[in-house]
Design a protein around this ligand. Structure first.
Ligand code: ADP
Ligand code: MG
Length: 244
């Protein structure tokens, strides 16, 4: 098995507030990792460190064996292209159609010729169930549809890994399922995924590895069976009791 991501002794503080405290884990190719835990525990900061949206940390973050921390600007840009990021807020460009949203970055970075990029975009729209929305503008779509476009947009860069930060937290409840459905399909297709989520049933069903983060530490980790059935860690149990 190949390690796609390696995090060693990652430590990050905002001023005197330690937000990540000796974080260690690895993610193998094809693995699905769920990052769970109470609000303020450091989950978003950890994801942001992985793509170096957040700097000023100590320890190591390696992507496919290459350090992210001390990478040159060019290397960092290449590394970032391999990591798709989907946020809680969809952040679609409001003045662009769905198709333009999806093709903008791949065209700008010339990852393929424009025709191939557009064909790929249409294929991705098909896969997320929005084939008929290519020419729609974001504001005419529901939250669930916008988030599925955001997923297609990230996939258009042909990433090696997909990072999700609470992708369904901003959605009305009836739209959560359609987004989780797209993510489940992506998981089944073999994508390497790190997912911050409060959807415990989803984490239990999809994750190979679950990391429970609390107060900047990975307080508990293991298989979904370990975390959801077997753990004796009182903090994990207390958190899950509130969530389920
Ligand atoms: P989670 O995603 O698990 O809710 P976060 O990573 O967002 O946790 O936050 C962890 C801690 O870091 C919180 O105490 C938060 O207030 C703090 N924090 C996050 N971003 C910043 C920032 N840019 N400046 C100062 N403190 C921050
Ligand atoms: Mg967060």
């Amino acid at each position: 098995m190949t390690n796609v991501i390696e995090v060693k002794h990652l430590h990050k503080a905002f001023g005197t507030n330690t937000v990540l405290d000796d974080i260690n884990f690895t993610v193998q190719k094809g693995e699905k990792v769920a990052l769970i835990g109470p609000s303020g525990g450091g989950k978003s900061t950890l994801l942001r460190c992985l793509i170096h949206l957040e700097g000023g940390y100590s320890g190591e973050v390696n992507f496919e064996g290459q350090p992210v921390n001390h990478a040159s600007k060019e290397t960092l840009q290449k590394l970032r292209q391999k990591m798709g990021f989907v946020f809680q807020q969809f952040n679609l460009f409001p003045h662009m159609t769905v198709l333009e949203n999806i093709t903008f970055a791949p065209k700008k970075l010339k990852i393929d010729d424009p025709k191939a990029i557009e064909a790929h975009a249409h294929q991705l729209l098909e896969e997320v169930g929005l084939a008929n929305k290519a020419n729609a503008y974001p504001q005419s779509l529901s939250g669930g549809q916008q988030q599925r476009v955001a997923i297609a947009r990230a996939l258009a860069m042909k990433p090696e890994v997909m990072l999700f930060d609470e992708p369904t937290s901003a959605l009305d409840p009836e739209m959560v399922g359609e987004v989780l459905g797209v993510m489940k399909k992506l998981a089944a297709d073999g994508m390497t995924m790190i997912i911050v989520t409060h959807e415990m049933a989803f984490a239990r069903d999809v994750a190979d590895q679950v990391l429970f983060m609390d107060q900047g530490k990975i307080a508990d980790s293991g298989t979904a069976t370990h975390i959801f059935k077997e753990t004796t860690n009182p903090r994990t149990q207390e958190f899950l009791a509130k969530m389920m």
